[in-house]
Write a protein that binds this ligand. Structure first.
Ligand code: NDP
Ligand code: GDP
Length: 340
């Protein structure tokens, strides 16, 4: 039975990748950072019904000793480094942490693999944010990078370290330059999920407006379920390499709003307001990927349309709020009041 180790297993992609690998017969292990909220940290894995099928190991990307210990214990055939401080906006507030976790964290995992398990295949979660202020209209593996945030700069370091460990030490290390990908499990701070959550709250009468930042930015959005398949395919190739993973279609934030509100019969212009506080110090105006190499070499294409994904996300957020409305969780105050 092949064995995989995933960092970032509690995140959006980690959960979908764990499910995909389990479906392919893998033993799946994950690095889990200690949290005071341990009871909720496995929510995404639980949502996909796989929490009890994965083995979680205490560790942190900034702790080389934990990475080494886990690799010694697990002896993985494949290592997927998905762990990161992944939110661009937060990277201006926490640039050093972002550099440490998102950048040096990748070096930590590469070093642990080199020292303890050099035969393992390694995947690095690189990002289209590395293209930043785009140098070509459609970005592919040859497009020069121009990072526009501490997050993007950290990802660029991690990307080049992956290339360097491949070239210097012969590791089977691949870098997936993934364009934005979303799902019902996307973090609520990212714009797509913020919008679908807002649509659900407004539709159910729980909110009256949604505040957003730049509505003119454009992104090439795909579905996380499709994109984790590309990660796995990269590690099944004889030769490691770098691949752009994208849909080849780009959409304005405002048009995403129109789709999401339109799904429940609402006009987004009545509810969305712009808040200058949500604008960024530097913006990535447009991203549009060219996934030709992935299609030709990996046989990969995106299978979920943006319209299908928006519908799935809005329906999931509606279902979450409806479920919450029927379950009344006790609070300390309610328990005290009920105690004679
Ligand atoms: P998420 O933010 O959902 O998940 C990030 C994961 O990293 C979480 O499991 C988080 O753990 C973990 N993590 C954070 N800090 C540490 C740390 N110090 N040590 C160990 N683990 C840590 O990201 P996604 O699933 O969306 O993305 C996966 C990867 O792909 C990330 O590296 C992201 O930057 C990259 N990427 C994502 C894209 C996207 O559109 N989704 C596009 C391109 C790249 P915890 O649950 O404890 O917070
Ligand atoms: P990113 O591409 O990794 O930064 O993903 P995000 O989903 O965080 O942001 C995508 C785009 O949406 C960026 O251009 C943001 O400026 C824009 N955006 C507009 N309003 C918001 C908002 O309220 N929150 C977030 N996260 N992004 C917003």
């Amino acid at each position: 039975m092949p064995t995989a180790l995933i960092t970032g297993i509690t995140g959006q992609d980690g959960a979908y990748l764990a499910k995909l690998l389990l479906d392919h017969g893998y033993a799946v292990h994950g690095l889990l950072r200690r949290s005071a909220s341990a009871d909720v940290i496995g929510e995404r894995l639980r949502w996909l019904g796989v929490l009890d099928q994965v083995t979680l190991h205490d560790g942190d990307l900034i702790d080389l000793s934990s990475a080494i210990r886990i690799i010694q214990t697990v002896r993985p055939d494949e290592v997927y480094n998905l762990g990161a401080q992944s939110f661009v906006h937060a990277s201006w507030q926490q640039p050093l942490l972002t550099g440490t976790v998102t950048g040096l964290g990748a070096a930590t995992m590469l070093e642990a693999v080199r020292l303890e398990r050099p035969q393992a295949r390694f995947y690095q979660a690189s990002s289209s944010e590395m293209f930043g202020k785009i140098q070509q209209q459609r970005q592919n593996e040859q497009t020069p990078f121009y990072p526009r945030s501490p997050y993007a700069a950290a990802k660029l370091y991690a990307h080049w370290m992956t290339v360097n460990y491949r070239e210097s030490f012969g590791l089977h290390a691949s870098s997936g330059i993934l364009f934005n990908h979303e799902s019902p499990l996307r973090g609520i701070e990212f714009v797509t999920r913020k919008i679908t959550d807002g649509v659900a709250r407004i539709k159910l009468g729980l909110a009256r407006e949604l505040k957003l930042g730049n509505l003119e930015a454009m992104r090439d959005w795909g579905h996380a379920r499709d994109y984790v398949r590309a990660m796995w395919l990269m590690l099944q190739q004889d030769r490691p390499d770098d691949y752009v993973i994208a849909t080849g279609r780009t959409t304005r934030i405002a048009d995403f709003c129109a789709m999401a509100f339109g799904h429940v019969g609402l006009d987004w212009r009545e509810f969305v307001h712009t808040d200058p506080a949500l604008l960024r110090p530097a913006e990535v105006d447009i991203l549009l990927g060219d996934p030709t190499k992935a299609r030709e070499r990996l046989g990969w294409t995106a299978t979920t349309s943006l319209e299908e994904m928006v519908a799935e996300m809005v329906e999931a957020d509606l279902a979450r709020y409806r479920a919450r409305a029927t379950v009344v969780l006790p609070t300390e105050a309610s328990l005290r009041a009920a105690t004679p």
